[in-house]
Design a protein around this ligand. Structure first.
Ligand code: RUB
Length: 314
C-alpha cells in the first residue's frame, strides 16, 4: 500500500479532515483531489499565526509534500501545488505570501471551471444521436460532459461499470440518472460482451495522469476496456485537462489497502493486489479531449509541457 508521508507540522482540523477524505476516497477523482488538495493548502497557510515569512513558506512546502503523498497518481494536484510554491516563494512578507496563496488558488479554480466547460463542449460535438457510450469509474469531467450533451439535446444511452472495489460507478449512475440520462449499470466483468453485443459506439473515460509518451493512467479496469474497444473498433476518448500531464519519468501507480477488496482475515493464505490505477498505452487511444480540443496521444505531452510552462506566468 502507498505510504502517506509523515508530516512534522500540526495540520488545522479542517485540513486534517480534507486529507483523510482524500485518502479514503470521500473526495475522489483527479479534479476533485486537485481542487480540495489546493484548498487544504490555502487553509493551512492562512491559519499561520506567526510573523516569520520563511517559516510560513516552509509550512506551505511541508504541507504540499504531505498532500502529494495522499494519492501518488494525481499529477494535476502536484502541478498546481508546484505552481503555488513557485509563486509564494516570491512573497516578501507573511501578508504577501498569504495573498499570493489565496489569489493563485482562486485563479486555478476559475481556470479549472472554464476548462471543464470547454471539454464538455468538445465532447458534446463527438456525440451523435442514438449513440451508446460506455464509461468507467467516476470521472467528473465525463459526467459533466454527458450532462452538457444531454442539455444540448443529444439523445444517447450510457453503460457504466460498477468499478470494483470501491464502486465509484454508483456515483456515476446516480449523477447521470439524476440528469435524466438513460444509464445502465454493469458489473466490471460485463464490459467485453457489452462492447461487442450492445452497440457501444464510443468509450469516454477520464484520466489521472498522462505520461511523456502520451500513455495515460486511469482506474484499474481501463486497460481491459481499451483493449476490447480496439478489438471491436470502438473509439476510446479520454477526457482530460492538459494539467494532468505527469512530469515524472514514470507514472507512479497507487497501491491501496487489501481490505478494500476483501477482509484479508477471511482469506488467510491469499495475497491481495489492490492497484488503484493502471497504464493504458497511447496506441489504444483515439484522442484526448482537452480544453484545447481533441489532441492525438503523441501530441499530448508536447502541448501539455508548453501549457504547464505558461501556467499563471505573470
Ligand atoms: C478516479 C478516476 C477518474 C479520474 C478522472 O479514481 O480514475 O477516472 O480521476 O476523474 P479514484 P476527473 O476514484 O480512485 O480517485 O475527470 O474527475 O478528474
Amino acid at each position: 500500500m502507498a505510504k502517506t508521508k509523515k508530516i512534522n507540522v500540526r495540520l488545522a482540523p479542517e485540513v486534517k479532515k480534507i486529507c483523510s477524505d482524500i485518502k479514503n476516497l470521500n473526495i475522489q477523482g483527479a479534479r476533485n483531489v486537485a481542487i480540495m488538495g489546493l484548498s487544504a493548502l490555502v487553509i493551512q497557510g492562512l491559519s499561520y499565526r506567526g510573523r516569520d515569512k520563511n517559516k510560513l513558506v516552509t509550512l506551505i512546502i511541508n504541507t504540499s509534500d504531505y498532500l502529494k503523498s495522499l494519492r501518488p497518481t494525481e499529477p494535476m494536484l502536484f502541478n498546481f501545488l508546484d505552481t503555488v510554491i513557485k509563486r509564494v516563494k516570491k512573497g516578501g512578507s507573511v501578508i504577501e505570501v498569504k495573498e499570493i496563496l489565496y489569489t493563485t488558488n482562486q485563479q486555478i479554480e476559475s481556470m479549472m471551471r472554464t476548462n471543464k466547460v470547454k471539454i464538455a463542449k468538445y465532447a458534446t460535438k463527438l456525440i451523435r444521436n442514438n449513440d451508446v457510450i460506455l464509461t468507467h469509474c467516476h470521472s467528473s469531467t465525463v459526467v459533466e460532459s454527458l450532462i452538457h450533451a444531454k442539455a444540448k439535446g443529444k439523445k444517447f444511452k450510457v453503460f457504466a461499470t460498477e468499478t470494483r472495489p470501491r464502486w465509484q460507478g454508483h456515483k456515476t449512475v446516480k449523477e447521470l440518472a439524476g440528469a435524466g440520462i438513460d444509464v445502465t449499470l454493469i458489473p466490471d466483468g460485463a464490459v467485453g460482451t457489452v462492447i461487442k453485443d450492445y452497440h457501444v459506439k464510443k468509450i469516454m473515460i477520464g484520466a489521472d495522469a498522462i505520461d511523456g509518451r502520451g500513455n495515460f493512467a486511469n482506474k484499474i479496469g481501463s486497460f481491459t476496456i481499451a483493449l476490447i474497444a480496439k478489438k471491436y473498433n470502438v473509439p476510446l476518448y479520454v477526457l482530460a485537462e492538459l494539467y494532468k500531464y505527469d512530469k515524472r519519468p514514470k507514472i507512479v501507480i497507487e497501491h491501496r489497502d487489501p481490505s478494500e477488496v476483501i477482509d484479508p482475515k477471511l482469506f488467510k493464505d491469499v495475497k491481495i493486489l489492490n492497484l488503484a490505477f493502471e497504464i493504458v498505452p497511447r496506441e489504444l487511444v483515439k484522442a484526448y479531449i482537452t480544453e484545447k480540443g481533441a489532441i492525438r496521444p503523441a501530441r499530448f505531452p508536447i502541448i501539455a509541457k508548453k501549457e504547464l510552462r505558461n501556467l499563471l506566468v505573470e
